[in-house]
Every structure is written in C-alpha cells, then in structure tokens.
Design a protein around this ligand. Sequence first.
Ligand SMILES: [Zn+2]
Length: 107
Amino acid sequence: MLGGKKQTEPWKSTVKFIGRCPICNTEYKQESARFFAEQDSSHLVHITCDKCSSNFLAMVVFAGQGLSSVGMITDLSCEDAMRLHHRSAVSLDEVIECHEFLKNNLI
Ligand SMILES: [Zn+2]
C-alpha cells in the first residue's frame, strides 16, 4: 500500500533529473516546473528558478526503463513557450529576407 500517496506523473521526474539551475546552482523545486507539450514519448517542460528567476526549457524522452533529456536556458516565460510551440519554424527565405533587410539599413 502506498499510504494514500499519489503516483508522480512521469514528466515530474525531469526536475530531479535536471537537478540544479545552470545559472546559480540552486536546486530546482518540482513546483517550479510546468509541463506544456507531449508527443509520443517526449515531453516539454519549462522550469523557472526560484532564486534567480532564469528559465529553462527541457525536452525529456522516456525510452524503456530510462529517460534522456536535452535542455537550454531561455528568456521565454512558460506562457511564451506554450504560445510559440505551436508556431511554424522560421523558413530559410525568411532568414534571408531579414538579412537583406538589415543589410540595407532599412530599420
Ligand atoms: Zn537560478
């Protein structure tokens, strides 16, 4: 018997796996992590550090008995990450157009 303890959702193990803020080395709290997208066995998790307020975005993939993770520091809030997650990627043509725009001092 588990004594009434709820089973932890799998993505929450991400916080333990990542462990500490890469900026200030403070241990992440599970309450600071928010899950916002899932596809097949991969999950996207946003974590905000309680101490320095930096944001971390992690993709966690559950495979068999283990998990792997890749993450990055970001300036996106969780709301921004959720909003932009559904947008299409920037195309090569858009990058070239932006480059030409900046090159011609049109700003
Ligand atoms: Zn921090």
